[in-house]
Design a protein around this ligand. Structure first.
Ligand code: B12
Length: 235
């Protein structure tokens, strides 16, 4: 396969101040320079660029390029990991800004990547967008055991729980975790959302979840809809 090319976000100039450039950040994420990524995202914040544009125009182009190369086995785990680290350096700066833009608590959402799965970029972005929509999100990170999801949902009296999975081998744990909620007698106290590249609307039915989000925008819309729907009360 030929080496993928970087896709430049259309119209980015109109979403940045005059004279701004993103190419150094695109390169930094691509090469995994998390120190420069951190500096440049801070400069973009100081220049009053909307955090959502920093994410889409500044961070994604370099990340997506490396993701395509990883899928095509042109680069391997070490290169992909350093790119993910640079991406996460930028996300860490954007997250509090988007959370601060939220108007009111919309509900409590417990999010995590299922057992055996270390992928967390997608669920971190969903977390950031949920926080921006006013949800209080408790993010349990990656490789989360079903018991940990249940324990946290009880502690936090969660309204919604979200399971991310990126591997065709780990989507199975979305189903297992839902079954564990059922066995513990808490299934009807939470709305359960699933997501991650290998998941599909058909899998929602099969694994017993309440909804599926293709991306962070769908995840937020679904969460805002489901949080208003009736469910059993926590004791
Ligand atoms: C980055 C990456 C890694 C990084 C992860 C770093 C990190 N901190 O996350 C590293 C290098 C560690 C890695 C490791 C591995 N990876 Co990997 N990885 C990827 C890669 C390139 C990008 C994933 C990503 O971050 N996408 C970007 C985000 C924004 O998208 P997303 O996760 O889909 O999330 C969006 C939606 O799905 C949705 N969403 C996500 N979660 C949720 C949750 C809810 C509740 C909702 C509603 C919505 C939602 O919203 C998100 C935002 O829009 C993909 C290939 C690709 N191009 O996607 C392979 C890929 C997922 N990896 C793959 C593989 C095979 C592996 C390894 C097994 C490789 C190996 N030989 O060891 C290991 C597994 C490690 C483990 N146990 O988890 C395969 C999986 C194939 C399969 N079908 O099973 C893929 C598809 C690559 C490929 N084509 O071969 N990987």
């Amino acid at each position: 396969m030929s080496d993928p090319v970087r896709v430049t976000p259309e119209g980015w100039e109109g979403r940045a101040p005059d004279g701004w450039e993103w190419v150094t950040l695109w390169d930094a994420v691509e090469t995994g320079d998390h120190i420069y990524a951190d500096e440049r995202v801070q400069q973009a914040i100081d220049a009053d660029i909307d955090p959502r544009n920093i994410l889409d125009d500044g961070l994604f182009p370099g990340f997506n390029l490396q993701a395509e190369r990883f899928s095509a086995q042109i680069i391997f785990i070490p290169e992909m990991l350093i790119t993910a680290r640079a991406m996460k350096a930028g996300l860490a700066l954007i997250r509090p800004l988007l959370a601060a833009m939220a108007v009111k608590p919309a509900g409590t959402f417990v999010m995590g990547t299922v057992l055996g799965d270390m992928h967390d970029i997608g669920q971190s972005i969903v977390t950031i967008m949920l926080e921006n929509a006013g949800f209080n999100v408790i993010n349990l990170g990656t490789d989360v055991h079903p018991d940990k999801f249940i324990e946290t949902a009880i502690e936090e009296k969660a309204d919604l729980v979200g399971f991310s999975a990126l591997l065709s081998t780990t989507v199975y744990y979305q189903k297992v975790t839902i079954e564990e909620f059922q066995k513990a007698g808490h299934r009807d106290k939470v709305h359960i959302l699933i997501g991650g590249a290998p998941t599909t609307p058909a899998w929602v039915e099969e694994c017993g979840a309440d909804g599926w989000g293709k991306d962070a925008v769908e995840a937020v819309n679904l969460a805002l809809k489901l949080v208003k729907e009736p469910r059993e009360a926590w004791a």
